[in-house]
Ligand binder design. Structure first.
Ligand SMILES: Nc1ncnc2c1ncn2[C@@H]1O[C@H](COP(=O)(O)OP(=O)(O)O)[C@@H](O)[C@H]1O
Ligand SMILES: [Mg+2]
Length: 543
């Protein structure tokens, strides 16, 4: 009989990262039926957008969803990107923590290499089927089935067919069957996800074929590929001990910790390394980076905070752009009024550059439709990716909530046809968790979001106060005109002369001179200023 301790250790096992994520699939966004389907579409769509941008191509993406049976769907996604070469297709779609974007300090949507393979795993564990892929890459058409071997986290590629093509077509088509998922039109569903993705990516075109066969296209409103993201070196501020250790242990280029710091970071010069050496006499800067231990890394990170650094370069941040946002929101929401703020790149944690873009759309299709009424809608984005879930813990929602809307002529944000669009662009978006749906409360990020929203809200206020004044003026004119006839008659009666018509004419002229210059001929309620409410317009009305 083994002792109890031996018994415990006879159970000692290892398991692969794929098995880990199979057990913890909620960490990948597979929780809840609607959310799971949105996650699948999100993973494939972000990959297509990343691939097209990196290849400098204008993305054309089609998402098709078919209902096989209740809560079981076939999802297929097709793009016109570069495709995936035969050699990598297995790992790209069937191995977790594998991809081309790993460990890059670069503004891209994917990072960890668990998106596509996570979907493959989800297909397997819910329907027992591999996913099908067709890749057009460099005059080759590769068709195959891919599964993840969960025990070893390695790809299983089967039924591979390779054909020659004339090279005129490129891109990827992935198709999988998934159960325990649901298609609906809620604000968490695929339709909303695609619509918001289209808003933040006006250079791309999206077609969604819904389970009922309806096809919706969000056409591209900008014909230019966004500026290409490039990898940057991390700044010493904003780096944690763990990141520093990771970087040091992966470093294959430098023989000493001193040179690793100088070459692996932005703004660390030879002089700064000397300064760090003087501050940390116990740390051996001559050792190879691979031998950097936790204690030394921690000491270095603490010392980084004491040193004066030049701020990081800001060209790694790629915002969507004012004109782009204007065009896409006009095209999708057709609002009565639109304000877009553009603010300079800022820094958080002293070393991480980021930019916030805000748009407010009012009227038209802006806002959410709740039964017959409109309601205010806050749309959150990180690097152009819509964040649909976990809004309560997100600094974007918190900052938007802090804005005192009454100051901007919005009595109740929850009851107005308003869309508040907020995008955070950064190489390092401070997500609260691996699910990447909420942004943590970094003080500088929070403040910047709030200021950007207030900027746009001021424009909205000008517009709305213009409408109110115009409406008041019209009502006053109407009321006075209603009484002027009778009043003229009464005055004439009192004076005892028969000149009522003449008097009335004079009075009407007087009223028209005062009110008509700003009022359009029609008596409807639509006489509000047509253009964005700018200061000039406000002065005109004020006269
Ligand atoms: N549509 C696509 N076009 C080209 N390459 C792709 C596409 N989808 C996935 N890939 C490749 O597969 C890799 C793994 O994708 P994924 O698991 O989603 O991880 P990540 O996007 O985080 O890198 C990507 O890094 C990319 O190299
Ligand atoms: Mg991905």
């Amino acid at each position: 009989m083994p002792t109890s301790t031996e018994k415990i250790f006879s159970e000692f096992k290892e398991h692969s990262v794929a098995e880990f994520f199979k057990k913890n699939k909620q960490m990948l966004g597979f929780s809840g039926k609607t959310r799971s389907l949105t996650t699948i579409v999100h993973e494939y769509v972000t990959n297509s957008l990343d691939a097209c941008e990196e290849a400098g191509m204008l993305a054309d993406i089609t998402v098709k969803i078919d209902e096989i049976e209740k809560e079981k769907y076939r999802v297929s996604i097709q793009d016109n990107g570069p495709g995936i070469p035969k050699k990598h297709i297995g790992k790209a779609l069937g191995q977790m923590l594998a991809g081309t974007k790993f460990h890059r300090y670069m503004q891209q949507r994917g990072q960890q290499g668990i998106g596509a393979s996570g979907c493959t795993m989800y297909a397997q564990i819910t329907t027992g089927k591999p996913i099908k892929a067709v890749s057009f890459y460099d005059k080759k058409k590769i068709s195959c089935e891919v599964a993840v071997d969960l025990k070893t986290n390695s790809p299983r590629v089967e039924n591979l067919i390779e054909e020659e093509t004339d090279g005129s077509k490129s891109g990827i088509m992935v198709e999988g069957e998934f159960a325990d998922v649901k298609y609906d039109k809620s604000s968490f569903g695929v339709f909303e996800y695609i619509k918001r993705t289209a808003m933040a990516n006006p250079h791309a075109q999206f077609t969604l074929v819904e389970p009922d066969g309806q096809s919706v296209t969000f056409p591209r409103s900008i014909g230019e590929v966004p500026k290409k993201a490039h990898a940057v070196l991390p700044h010493p501020l904003g780096i944690a001990t763990n990141d520093l250790l990771d970087l040091a242990h992966r470093d294959g280029e430098n023989s000493k910790i001193g040179t690793f710091l100088q070459n692996g970071f932005s703004r660390i010069s030879a002089a700064k390394v000397k300064e760090l050496k003087d501050m940390l006499p116990a740390v051996d800067f001559e050792k190879p980076p691979k031998e950097l231990g936790w204690a030394d890394a921690e000491a270095l990170v603490k010392a980084f905070a004491q040193v004066k650094w030049i701020a990081p370069e800001t060209d790694s941040v790629i915002p969507i752009g004012r004109e782009q946002i204007e065009k896409s929101l006009q095209s999708i929401l057709a609002p009565q009024f639109l304000a877009v703020t553009e603010r300079p790149v800022k820094i958080y944690k002293g070393g991480v550059p980021f930019a916030v873009e805000v748009a407010i759309a009012y009227g038209g299709h802006a806002g959410r439709q709740v039964a017959e009424r409109h309601a205010g809608d806050v749309m959150r984005f990180a690097n152009r990716v819509p964040l649909l879930f976990d809004s309560s813990g997100c600094t974007i929602s918190e900052a938007a909530k802090e804005v005192d809307w009454k100051r901007y002529n919005i009595k109740n944000f929850e009851e107005e046809p308003i869309t508040l669009f907020i995008n955070l662009a950064s190489v390092y978006v401070p997500y609260t968790s691996a699910g990447k749906q909420a942004i943590s409360n970094e003080e500088d990020v929070f403040a910047e979001i709030k200021y950007a929203v207030m900027d746009a809200a001021r424009d909205l206020q000008r517009y709305l106060s213009g409408i109110t004044r115009e409406r008041d003026r019209k009502e006053r004119r109407k009321a006075i005109l209603r009484y002027v006839g009778q009043f003229s008659k009464d005055v004439v009666d009192l004076a005892g002369e028969g000149k009522a018509a003449e008097l009335e004419k004079k009075l009407v002229n007087l009223i028209e001179t005062k009110y008509s210059s700003q009022i359009e001929e029609d008596e409807g309620e639509t006489g509000a200023p047509k253009e964005n409410g700018n200061a000039k317009e406000e002065e005109d009305i004020e006269e």
